[in-house]
Design a protein. Structure first.
Length: 189
């Protein structure tokens, strides 16, 4: 049964129309953070939300299956204005919806890892997941222009506890979500 499954899978992969691509572009993201500080002995608690905008280079590598499914790996490394470094590596799946020979829309999902570092004190990483939509226009047979929007949620946080001047405190900082817009060029092999 296992051998028959492997033969069937390899035969269907050979029958598929595979087209590999490599992409580069610019991504602008708005990343939302939330911080909480508690001082139990004083009955003090404070929550604050803030966001950072950043623009940086986005790289993609992937494959288009039968002209309707696209699987890719993407990387972007935002330099946050506070001196932070925010790196996201995502596995993406897109369903391609053709309008004509040269133009198509896409809708998909992504899942991966987000890593945030600020100085040597604050390092946190965790799961990133979300959805994306966009459009692709074929400039030539091998070169396409892509424009996309994405929404990403994060399971990334770090908790702190300590004592300052004899007063115990605890704090937590977390990445909540981000919205991003990207534009780039893909080269299809």
């Amino acid at each position: 049964i296992v051998m028959a499954s492997l033969v069937a899978a390899s035969t269907s992969m050979m029958a598929m129309d595979l087209q590999y691509f490599l992409g580069a572009g610019v991504e602008r993201g708005d990343v939302d953070f939330k911080s909480t500080v508690n001082i139990p002995s004083a009955g003090y608690s404070e929550n604050e939300s803030f966001s950072n905008d950043a623009t940086d280079l986005k790289l993609k590598l992937g494959v288009i299956l039968d002209k309707t499914h696209r699987i890719s790996l993407s990387h972007v490394n935002y330099g946050i204005e506070d001196g932070g470094d925010f790196r996201i590596i995502l596995g993406n799946y897109d369903y391609l919806i053709p309008l004509n020979e040269d133009f198509r829309f896409f809708a998909g999902v992504h899942l991966g890892n987000a890593n945030y570092e600020e100085d040597s004190d604050l390092k946190m990483s965790g799961l990133a997941y979300g959805v994306q939509v966009g459009a692709i226009y074929d400039i030539t047979k091998n070169i396409e222009f892509e424009l996309g929007l994405a929404y990403t949620k994060y399971n990334v946080d770090k908790s702190f506890t300590g004592t300052e001047s004899g007063v115990n405190y605890n704090a937590k900082i977390e990445l909540e979500d981000s919205t991003s817009m990207s534009a780039g060029i893909n080269y299809k092999f």
